[in-house]
Each structure stands twice: as structure tokens, then as C-alpha cells.
Ligand binder design. Structure first.
Ligand code: MN
Length: 394
């Protein structure tokens, strides 16, 4: 007998699907949130037969259960943990732990891709084109590589995962992976998925109008409330606001926070760690602890949302040789200009005593300190006319 404790997201359920393909009736699978895993481990250690082989994927136990699992392993063997989270790397110190974040080729791993290798290596499962394609879609979604590769099928797979129940998803996928030569969606699913993508787009557009900016510790965070589509919301907001260090997505009902960044110089697994959570460098999560509540809810609730940059301008453009005009809620007027290959900021007519070697650094400074946005063309034209008037008058 086998027992698999896995995460309740697509990557975790991908492991469950592979386990059922490999072991059929001989495996019991339980999907967990990050917080419920430890209860399940304790239940297993107290109640299950030592003949049952325990597999844990895509999640890591707390310190106490690390100890319990280690002594259990010494006595019975029969434990294997497989994970790809950076915050779980220390579990490689145990014989029962196997954590790989990145393959030697530089390819990022997922729990499903590691577990697939494990099952094939131990001859529990035979490789097939359909399964390999499914595993790769899960991996690309979980590592967010799909976006760079424009592999929308990977994104669709995750959307489908959320459209149906976990049980239904499992059943559908197991059947398909057993019988198809290649992995694909059926026509009805394709129709559903198109509708879902439109819905996600509208949801993200709304969230773009709700995000607020807050300095938390030494980092500038974008804070937004969202119950669904955390990865998509986080990713789009991070792209929209590169001056922010990370995006904190608050799920008040679930009392959880997701952290996302697309920057290489920020590690959100450390941010989540501060509130007792963990994860990857670019994506992590934690519970809404009292401290987190204070930092992200209480201290930010009164703030006005960030304003988006004007998008349809023809004249007031970024990095323009005529200067780029920004405004903010306090009605400050900023002009970004290039002089002697350095970018300067003029605030309400006065040049600040700072220079920047790139436009993006200059803009980032402006947005972090003044919450300014690129003004619309009509504001720009009005500004230029007032300049001309002033010049004529003098
Ligand atoms: Mn994962």
C-alpha cells in the first residue's frame, strides 16, 4: 500500500494523478493546504500501518514532523519526500528527503516532473507521450515558464483545474492519460477555457484599479485584495509596476497572503518567511498573521489606489527627448529629462539634486517616492502651452 500526501494545487494534484496511474487501487491520495499537511503526517504516523509507504510531494513538514519522520524512517524506512521549493532544500539532509529546484540543464523543476522521474526510475510507471506532455504542461505552469514560452496550453490546464472539482479533474486526466496518444483538451473544454480566459482578463483589469503602494520594512509592496487567480493577478501587477519590489495579494476569507515578484533582486520566499510562510524566490505565501495583518491591511486600508500610466499617448511618451511628464494625486508636476546622458527630475519647476543613468531607474525613483504616473496627452499639451505663454510673457 502507498499513501501520498500532496499539495492541493495543480502541481500537487499532478503528483496524485501520476500516483494513481502508477499504483491504481494501491494508493490513497490526500491533498493538503500548506497548513494541513502536518496534521496528516501526524495522523499517518499514529494510525497507518508501517507497511504503507508514505510519499509526500510539493509540500514540506514542520520541524517537529521532520524529527518524527526521521525516527519513523530509521525504524521502518518507507518514507519519501519529493519537493522543488527552495525553502525545503534543507530536507536533503535526510535520507527520506529529495529536493531539487533546478535540473543540471538549468530547467526549473516541479513536484510533478520530479515525481514522474521517480516513478519511471523505480519502474512503477511507464513513460508515454501523453503523460510526458501533461507533466511538462504542469511544470511550465508551476514555474511560470509558460509565459516566456507563450505556452497557453499550460495556463489553460490550470484554468481547467479550477473550473472543475479536484475529483473530476483527476478522473478526466487519468482516463485521458491512459487512453490518448497525445494530451489535448476536448472541444467542450476548449469553449469553456476561452470563456474563462476572458473572465480572468476582466478580473485583472479590475485589480489594476485597486492596487495600493506601501513601504513595508525596506521594500515597496503593491497590495491588492483578491480571492481568485492569485498567480495571474500577481504576475500582471508586477509587470505593470516594475518599480514595486513585490506584490502582496490578500485573501481575507482564506486568511492568507500570496507574494509575487518578477524581479531577480527580490526573494519573496524570505518575505513570506517573515510571516511564517515560504515558497519560491518569485512566488510564495503565508498565513495572515497578526503582524502581516498590521503591515498589509491595517496600515494600507486608507490609501488611494495607484494610478496607471497613460497608455494611448502619442506625444507624452517615456524616454522622450522633449521630456516626459508625470503627475500625482498631490498635483505635483514632474518632468523627466535627459542632460549629459543623465536623467534628471524636475519637480514643480525645480530640478532635484539627483541623477540617474537609466530612464527606468529615474522613473522608479519617481514612482516609489511620489506615486506619480505618466500624464495623458491633454495634460502634456496644457503644460506645454503654459510654458509657451510664460516664455512670451517674460
Ligand atoms: Mn509545486
Amino acid at each position: 500500500m502507498y499513501k501520498l500526501l500532496s499539495h492541493n494545487d495543480l502541481d500537487g494534484v499532478g503528483c496524485g494523478i501520476l500516483a494513481k496511474l502508477a499504483f491504481g487501487q494501491d494508493v490513497k491520495v490526500r491533498y493538503n493546504s500548506v497548513s494541513s499537511l502536518n496534521r496528516e503526517i501526524e495522523y499517518f504516523l499514529e494510525n497507518d500501518s508501517p507497511d504503507t509507504f508514505l510519499l509526500i510531494t510539493d509540500l514540506s513538514p514542520n520541524e517537529e514532523n521532520e524529527k518524527r519522520l526521521t525516527s519513523y524512517y530509521k525504524e521502518h524506512g518507507n518514507v519519501q519526500l519529493i519537493d522543488h521549493h527552495k525553502t525545503a532544500l534543507h530536507l536533503n539532509d535526510y535520507e527520506w528527503g529529495y529536493v531539487v529546484v533546478e535540473e543540471e540543464s538549468g530547467k526549473l523543476t516541479s513536484a510533478t516532473s520530479l515525481f514522474y522521474q521517480y516513478l519511471v526510475y523505480h519502474q512503477h510507471l511507464e513513460e508515454s507521450a501523453a503523460i510526458s506532455e501533461f507533466v511538462e504542461l504542469v511544470r511550465q505552469y508551476d514555474t511560470w515558464e509558460w509565459e516566456k514560452n507563450e505556452n497557453h496550453k499550460a495556463h489553460s490546464l490550470n484554468s481547467l483545474f479550477f473550473l472543475v472539482s479536484i475529483d473530476e479533474f483527476e478522473l478526466k486526466m487519468i482516463e485521458r492519460l491512459r487512453t490518448s496518444d497525445h494530451f489535448d483538451f476536448d472541444d467542450f473544454e476548449k469553449k469553456l477555457l476561452n470563456m474563462e480566459e476572458d473572465k480572468i482578463e476582466r478580473y485583472i483589469r479590475r485589480k489594476k484599479r485597486e492596487i495600493v503602494q506601501a513601504l513595508v520594512g525596506k521594500f515597496y509592496a503593491g497590495v491588492v485584495y483578491a480571492e481568485s487567480y492569485h498567480s495571474e493577478v500577481g504576475n500582471e501587477l508586477a509587470k505593470e509596476h516594475p518599480h514595486l519590489d513585490y506584490i502582496a495579494i490578500l485573501n481575507m476569507g482564506g486568511k492568507r497572503i500570496s507574494f509575487r515578484t518578477n524581479r531577480d533582486d527580490v526573494d519573496v520566499s524570505e518575505i513570506a518567511g517573515r510571516y511564517g510562510g515560504g515558497g519560491h524566490q518569485k512566488a510564495s505565501g503565508s498565513s495572515m498573521t497578526e503582524e502581516a495583518y498590521k503591515h498589509f491591511v491595517l496600515n494600507t486600508f486608507h490609501l488611494d489606489p495607484l494610478h496607471e500610466d497613460a497608455k494611448r499617448n502619442r506625444y507624452n511618451l517615456k524616454e522622450s527627448e522633449f521630456g516626459s511628464l508625470y503627475i500625482n494625486r498631490r498635483e505635483d508636476i514632474f518632468l523627466l529629462t535627459l542632460k549629459d546622458e543623465q536623467w534628471l527630475v524636475e519637480r514643480n519647476g525645480e530640478v532635484l539634486d539627483l541623477t540617474f543613468s537609466t530612464y527606468s531607474e529615474c522613473e522608479s525613483f519617481l514612482k516609489r517616492n511620489y506615486e506619480a504616473w505618466l500624464a495623458r496627452d491633454d495634460v502634456f499639451v496644457e503644460y506645454l502651452m503654459s510654458k509657451v505663454k510664460a516664455a512670451k510673457g517674460s
